[in-house]
Design a protein around this ligand. Sequence first.
Ligand code: F6R
Length: 271
Amino acid sequence: MGPRMEVILRPTAEAAADLVARIIARELRANPHLVLGLATGRTMEAVYARLVRFHREEGLDFSLCSTFNLDEYVGLPPTDRHSFRHYMNHHLFLQVNIDLRNTHLPDGRAGDLEAECRAYEALIKRFGGIDLQLLGIGRSGHIGFNEPLSALQSRTRVKALSPVTVAQNAPLFGGEDQVPRRAITMGVGTILEARRCLLLATGEEKADLIARAVEGPITAMISATALQLHPRCTVVVDEAAAGRLRCTEYYRWIFENEPEWEPFRPPAGAA
Ligand code: F6R
């Protein structure tokens, strides 16, 4: 199959997260040395819960894989419960048999942040690049923390969070004044180099952004639109997040009929 972007619609948020977890599990079984790019956020919690279940119930093996997270707040120690390191340990790493030495996040407390960003890029290269990059989409249209006007060729760097993103994360921190104003994030160009991208969005509040990201013009104002340039990007949405897409009948046909999706289709009669 040639380069393509695909949109897969699932009836519920649970079914969408389940499909994403099964895509990851399948790639991991096919290549135990998989280099996985990971994301944090509320949407991903359901994905990690399923991966943990696959590990416990089906023996899904993480022992040889390595991970690179998209981003980390500047200034937060890994022990801070708001840090993405803490999130990852809690939701995934400490619940499966991954070797923590193979799990990587940018160090938001590095003395020289620019050197840290360069080192992160070099480390990804040393591991042979990212095989499968998991992505969410933020209210500002960001992937990672690539806020509006992130250059489409940007690399890992320090990025100031937009007011929309600060507001999105404020409830988690107990107020906008508690949210760190800067983060280290992989760049759009870094993300586009992953061999496969897998974006998950659920809920009505993502519907407008998903329509713009998938069917709208490519713009640095919405970094998720850059995924249209990626040779192998799968976008998984629930019905609520698909609410503003125009070509849904076409997307449904592809999931129901393309042989590649056969292993992921629920048996007839099931949800
Ligand atoms: C987090 C990240 C962000 C989130 C996005 C969606 O590592 O990279 O781009 O994926 O902000 O967050 P939720 O899922 O909380 O809506």
